[in-house]
Structure formats: C-alpha cells, structure tokens
Design a protein around this ligand. Structure first.
Ligand SMILES: Cc1cc2nc3c(=O)[nH]c(=O)nc-3n(C[C@H](O)[C@H](O)[C@H](O)COP(=O)(O)O)c2cc1C
Length: 438
C-alpha cells in the first residue's frame, strides 16, 4: 500500500506532539521497513489513522531535521542483524515533531522498534550532532554513506570508540533519567554498569603506565653491566645480577602480554569496555522490552487493542527472552575477563616481587664495593623508583578490577551472580593458594 502523508501544517512545525514520559510505544515492520503493526500510543502520537499507518513505509513519520547518515547507520546495522539504538526526531501527521529513543530489533521477517521519550542531557549533544550532520549533507553534499562515516567519526570526539558505545551509553542514561522523572528507583543493574565505566578507564590508564614503566627500564641491565665491567672482573657478581635482572624482566614483559585480549592484539581492558557497553545496551533493551510487553499484556486484558494484538504480545515476549539470554551471556563473559585481569595482575605482582629481590641484591653488592660503587648509585636509584611505581600501579589495577567485579555482580540477575561466584570465586581462591598469595 502506498499512502501519501497528509500535507503537514507548517504552522505547527515548532510544536511538540505530546506524549507522557511513562508511555512506551512500538511498531513492527517487514524487512523493507513497511509498518505492519504497532500499539495505540504510536498511532495516537503519530496522529495518523491506522488505515494510513498499516502498509505505509516507516518514513511516513520522517522529519526533515533528521540526517540521512543516521538512517544509513540504522539500516546497515539492521541488515547485519544487529539491534540498534538511535535518537530519532519524527514528524506527526499535523506537522508537529516528537523525539524518541528507539531500540530497533531484527526479528524473523522484519523489525520491531520500541520507543521511549528521551529526557537525559545526552539529547542536547544529539541535537548538535544531527544539526551538524544535516549541515554537512546539505552544504558539503555528503552522501548518506559519507555522512554516516562522518557521524561515527565524530562519536570518537565525544569520547566513544564506536557508535555502539555511544548508543549504549545514551540508552542507559535515558532509562535512568526516566526512572528519576517517574519517581521510580533507578535501575540498579544499569546504574552498576554505568558506574563501572570510570573504574575500567582507570584500569586502562594504569595498564598504559605499566607498559611505559617497563619500556623505560629496558636499558638498565646493560647500563649495569657497563658499570660492572669497570668495577669488577668479567663475570663478577654485579654483572651476574644484571644478567638475572634482564632475564627476569623479560619474563615480566611476557606476563604483561596477558593484559592483551585473547588474540593478543588488543588491550584486555578495551575488550572489557566493549563488552560492558554491549551488556549495557542489552540490559537496557531488555528493561524497555519487558515494560512494553507488560503494557501490551494489559491492553489485551482491558480489550484496548486491535485485532491480532496477541501476536504482537508474543513477538515482544520472544524479543525479551532473547535479550535476557544475551545479557546473561555478555555479563558472564565480562566477569570472566575481569577474573582473568585480576589473576594476571596478581601473577605479575609476584614476578615483580622476584625482580625486586634482585634489586635488593644489587644494593647489597654495591654496599660491599663501598665508595667504588658510586657509579652504580644512579642506576640502583632508578630501579628503586621503578619498583615503588610498579607496586603502586599494580595495586591500583587490582583495586579497580575488584570494584569492576563487584559492579558486574550487581549488574547480573541474582541467580546468575550466585552461580558465577561459586565457579569463579572458588577458582580464583584456588589459584591464589597455588600461587601462595593467600
Ligand atoms: C522498525 C523500524 C522503525 C523505524 N522507525 C523510524 C522512525 O520512527 N522515524 C523515521 O524517520 N524512520 C524510521 N525508520 C527508518 C525508515 O525506514 C527510513 O529509513 C527513514 O525514515 C529514512 O527514509 P528515507 O531514507 O527514505 O529518507 C524505521 C525503520 C525500521 C525498520
């Protein structure tokens, strides 16, 4: 069916089509984005009769302030089977506008979009970003694809590695803002995931410090050997110590690679960050999906629905189950990553303790050489500082990782967190005992 949208009343274009923050709405489309169903809120807010909506392409509510780049991102992701969150400004039949945050989920034979009213401060950033994208499209003539690439690039400037990360952060903030506005307790699971981000960023920066610190002491053993050659016969104690220090610091450097992800190419905390954002999106999507599903269920009970609504309710239920399953899986993998990171930090700490004992030996040997060892002093002083820094850095990593672990547990459904603790909690303690850390 090809229904022409009624000519909008331009006098109303700066007015907002109202809907309550407590309201959620959804629509279901086929694979081309042609509307097949929706709930009463969608119909009311859009201002179209059902007869004009069903069979119409979803662009019937398209607003000219929306950059085509955003729809390019949306469709590219949907076609790849990825659920996608996006802020969308829409136009109602009478020309008024309304903003939504939409979570669009691919389903068998099409898509379902569930929308809420955005109220968080992230929306202000989106106003500016979309206005800039529309400007680039009109003034610079960017194609939808070019504009999408530019939009994703600009997301980097906002402090997010990907569009995914940005849209996850946005939906988490929208749900928390909505909870507050409705006088509800803020969603604890989403809140925990949000609080986890600063701790992860700290881990990442401490890890970088660790890499740099080891880079900086690379030259020390050979400096030591050069000094030793002037102080003692070949193969003397200082040169043996420096040889040991070199071997052991190589071992530590190898251990440092445990901070990389499975394929060794990326920083483990980057991988964890990506998974946390994914978990954030899925937990948030499940939360919205559950509420819209409950509303649909109530509408069936009160008879406030169109024919075939039972089917829509079942579709919503299936999506919810899928998000719930995915959220458990994703959080479990974040938990495993964190357990791995903690274990690596502890192993590293133990190796550094070994390295430190060589430093102490070096001090003792220098003392034995008395005033002859003056040339060694700056080298040993550098090692002293290095060890103090490394100890602090490793301690901070372990502390932040413990905080992340605690928050991941809080973000998990209770039954799952108990199971994970039983498996990983014990495993970690066993590992610690084996390493003599407890
Ligand atoms: C499930 C689903 C929901 C959508 N919701 C909207 C929407 O609310 N507003 C909108 O303008 N486009 C929406 N779209 C995207 C439209 O299909 C279309 O790509 C967009 O309006 C841009 O149209 P154009 O590229 O023909 O200009 C949705 C698509 C799908 C699959």
């Amino acid at each position: 069916m090809n229904i022409q949208a009624p000519a909008p009343d331009f006098a109303l274009k700066n007015e907002e089509a109202p809907f309550d923050i407590s309201e959620l709405f959804f629509s279901r489309t086929d694979e081309r984005g042609v509307i097949e169903a929706g709930n009463a809120v969608f119909q009311r807010v859009s201002g179209y009769e059902w007869s004009a909506l069903i069979g119409a392409p979803h662009k019937v509510v398209r607003h000219s302030d929306m950059p085509k780049g955003l729809f390019h991102i949306l469709w590219a992701r949907l076609k790849a089977g990825l659920p996608t969150g996006a802020y969308i400004k829409n136009r109602a039949a009478d020309g008024r506008y309304y903003w939504v945050y939409a979570i669009v989920t691919p389903i068998e034979g099409g898509y379902v979009s569930v929308r809420l009213k955005p109220t968080s401060p992230v929306l202000q950033t989106v106003f500016e970003e979309y206005a800039e994208a529309v400007r680039a499209e009109t003034e610079e003539g960017l194609s939808a694809e070019q504009s999408a690439a530019r939009m994703c690039e600009r997301v980097g400037g906002l402090g997010f590695a990907t569009y995914d990360a940005f849209s996850s952060y946005a939906i988490a903030n929208e749900i928390l803002a909505r909870d507050r506005a409705l006088g509800r307790e803020e969603d604890q699971r989403i809140k925990s995931l949000k609080f986890l981000l600063p701790a992860l960023k700290e881990i990442e920066s401490e890890q970088k410090k660790l890499f740099h610190a080891f880079e900086a002491i690379r030259g020390i053993p050979s400096n030591m050997r050069i000094v030793a050659s002037r102080l003692e016969p070949a193969g003397g104690p200082i040169s043996a110590i420096s040889q040991n220090y070199r071997l052991m610091s190589n071992e530590v450097t190898e251990q440092l690679s445990a901070f990389s992800s499975d394929d060794g190419s990326r920083n483990l905390s980057d991988t964890i960050l990506e998974r946390v954002y994914r978990a954030m999106f899925i937990v948030a999507a499940a939360r919205v999906q559950r509420e819209v599903g409950e509303n649909a269920h109530k509408a069936i009970q009160t008879g406030d629905q169109r024919d075939g609504f039972q089917y829509e309710s079942e579709v919503l239920e299936t999506i919810l189950e899928d998000y719930m399953r995915q959220s458990t899986e994703t959080l479990a993998s974040v938990y495993q990553d964190i357990a791995r990171l903690m274990q690596s930090s502890k192993d590293l700490k133990q190796l550094v303790t070994g390295l430190d004992s060589i430093r102490v030996l070096c001090r003792v040997e220098a003392g034995r050489l008395g005033s002859n060892s003056v040339a060694l002093t700056p080298v040993i002083d550098q090692l002293d500082r290095f060890h103090v820094d490394i100890d602090r850095t490793l301690e901070r990593i372990v502390e932040h990782a413990a905080e992340v672990k605690r928050l991941v547990e809080k973000a998990m459904p209770r039954s799952v967190s108990r199971t994970m603790y039983a498996v990983h909690g014990n495993m970690t303690r066993r590992g610690q005992r084996a390493n003599g850390l407890t």
